[in-house]
Write a protein that binds this ligand. Structure first.
Ligand code: GDD
Ligand code: MG
Length: 348
């Protein structure tokens, strides 16, 4: 699993926490990926880490969800292909064996076993899960021929030729990944895949349109958490049965608070009387004042939201304080430890 990126689009949330370690439906995001991989029959996972590498080891240790875990640590980030190559010395299989590789920020409901089976049946070198999105420009655009073979790999092209994109879950023949150059950054998307296609390698597209989300933006992170809490997508790692909210037992929520839309409330959060929190993600130690209304927000560790404040589609950094009677919306980001005074921002 590739978990070494810096998560820049998720700042300020990723200033203290690597993207794959951000809590999503009550557990670090990659816990869901690990549990889903285990359910698909995987028994050993190498985590390819770089940014805040130690936080992964400290949290998961050497076993989790019935998996053996190993850690590959890049001193300086090696890019997606470099990370795969660097991690390969820790893999257990032989040269012809299949290795499953996952971007560490993908929540996918696709059938991983079916992808592995398609790879084996075709005798492919690499098999990519492909999915269709409305706007492919932020992804790897991947056209295929009538037989399902990948014909090009166009990473983040402004002129996509198809809506089918790289969904960030690959099966590699072990010796193909061992051929990636060592000791320098390599992009699997910009260098390895185009190189394999130029050599005539058999790169297969496995199309499955299932639940799929890249958690690279705050809106996607919040949506993924809410979907997991509500059971729109299943993960064995969600700590409770599906419902409108997931509340840590060590949170203090006033009796008349309304929690809806798959809201997740972390440990030691305090939510005051009459507050309404919809489809939001509150990390540990967040205080929400009486009568506040939060919709689709992500709120960082120990942040404080004042009484009667209304936040819609807002990210609040760790330790930040938004005063009483404030209104913020539309993708606003309150930076780590920032202070917004009572009534300082309103609309209309
Ligand atoms: N170990 C390590 N080292 N991991 C890395 C590095 C690195 O240098 N750089 C990125 N990663 C990890 C990230 O943590 C993430 O889990 C994954 O690799 C992909 O990086 P992103 O930064 O999230 O890429 P993206 O979302 O812009 O694009 C990728 O994912 C799309 C699907 O969501 C590409 O693979 C696209 O082709 C694809 O469509
Ligand atoms: Mg991504």
């Amino acid at each position: 699993m590739l978990v070494g990126g810096q998560g820049t689009r998720l700042r300020p949330l990723t200033e203290s926490t690597a993207k794959p370690m951000l809590p999503v439906a009550g557990v670090p995001f990659i816990a869901h990926q690990l549990a889903i991989a285990a359910a698909a029959g995987v028994d050993h996972v190498v985590l390819a880490t770089s940014y805040r590498a130690e936080t992964f080891t400290e949290h998961f240790g050497s076993h989790a969800y019935g998996l053996d875990l190993s850690y590959s640590v890049e001193e300086a980030p090696l890019g997606t292909g470099g990370a795969i190559r660097h991690a390969s010395s820790l893999l257990r299989g032989g040269p012809e064996d299949a290795v499953l590789i996952l971007n560490g920020d993908i929540l996918s409901g696709h059938d991983v076993r079916a992808q592995l089976a398609a790879h084996a049946a075709a005798g492919a070198d690499v098999t990519l899960h492909l999915t269709e999105v409305e706007d492919p420009r932020a992804f790897g655009c991947v056209p295929t021929d009538a037989a399902g073979r990948v014909t090009a790999f166009l990473e983040k092209t402004p002129e996509p030729v198809t809506n089918r994109i790289n969904a960030g879950c690959y099966v590699f023949r072990r010796r193909v990944l061992d051929a990636i150059p060592t000791g320098r950054p390599v992009s699997v998307e910009r260098e390895t895949f185009p190189g394999l296609l130029a050599e005539g390698a058999m790169v297969l597209g496995h199309v499955e349109q299932a639940y799929w989300l890249d958690l690279g933006t705050p809106a996607a992170l919040v949506a993924a958490s809410a979907d997991l809490v509500r059971g729109v997508i299943a993960s064995p790692a969600v700590p409770s049965a599906p419902g409108p909210a997931l509340v840590d037992p060590a949170a203090d929520v006033a009796a008349d608070v309304v929690l809806t839309g798959g809201t997740a409330v972390g440990a030691r959060c305090v939510i005051g009387s009459g507050a309404e929190v919809d489809g939001s993600l509150l990390r540990d130690g967040v205080t929400v004042g009486a009568g506040a209304r939060l919709t689709r927000c992500a709120v960082g560790l120990g942040a404080r939201i004042g009484e009667g404040t209304v936040l819609t589609d807002v990210v609040v950094g760790d330790g930040a304080s938004v005063g009483a009677g404030v209104e913020l919306r539309g993708g606003a980001r309150v930076w780590t430890a920032a202070r917004i005074s009572d009534g300082a921002v309103r609309y209309g």
